[in-house]
Design a protein around this ligand. Structure first.
Ligand code: ASC
Length: 151
């Protein structure tokens, strides 16, 4: 007796809430935008380090953006935002199938982002160079396992 009613109400609730939930494809788009920004911040760092006298302020701003990105990344891979979303994504199924390992790779990046920011805030150029290299290695550490190669 109650079953059909519950189904109808449940279905209505799902329909009503559907527009509020970001689709997997939306999540893919947000993710790509976020990592593109992160790449631009890292490029600012590496471009700055090419010259003999890197600009502390530019690198510090980039460092803060990188730290923010390292925190935001944990929310960028909701279930359903892999290839099954229908959007083009280079995130491999391993992101979700090996969640603990993926989180460890994200954590490595987060820790290194903070170490890089410390060097940037101290304007210690040799340390900034060293930490920038280590930071790039943590980007690569994730890509090697969890992203389809390209670029
Ligand atoms: C970059 C960028 C990455 C990393 C990675 C480091 O500039 O966009 O993904 O560095 O290539 O190995």
């Amino acid at each position: 007796m109650f079953r059909p009613l519950a189904l109808v109400l449940g279905g209505a609730a799902m329909l009503a809430s559907a527009p509020l939930l970001a689709s997997g494809a939306d999540a893919v788009r947000s993710r790509i935008a976020a990592y593109r920004e992160l790449g631009a911040s890292f490029k600012t760092v590496n471009d700055g380090l090419r010259g003999p006298e890197p600009q502390a302020m530019l690198i510090q701003i980039a460092a803060r953006q990188i730290v923010n990105a390292s925190r935001a990344q944990y929310g960028l891979f909701p279930a359903g935002s892999g290839a099954e979303s229908g959007a083009r994504t280079r995130a491999k199924p391993e992101v979700w199938a090996q969640a603990a390992r993926f989180k460890a790779a994200q954590d490595a990046f987060s820790v290194e982002a903070l170490a890089f920011q410390r060097a940037a805030m101290a304007n210690n150029v040799p340390a900034i160079r060293t930490e920038a290299r280590k930071l790039g290695a943590t980007c690569k550490g994730c890509h090697d396992t969890f992203r389809v190669p390209g670029d």
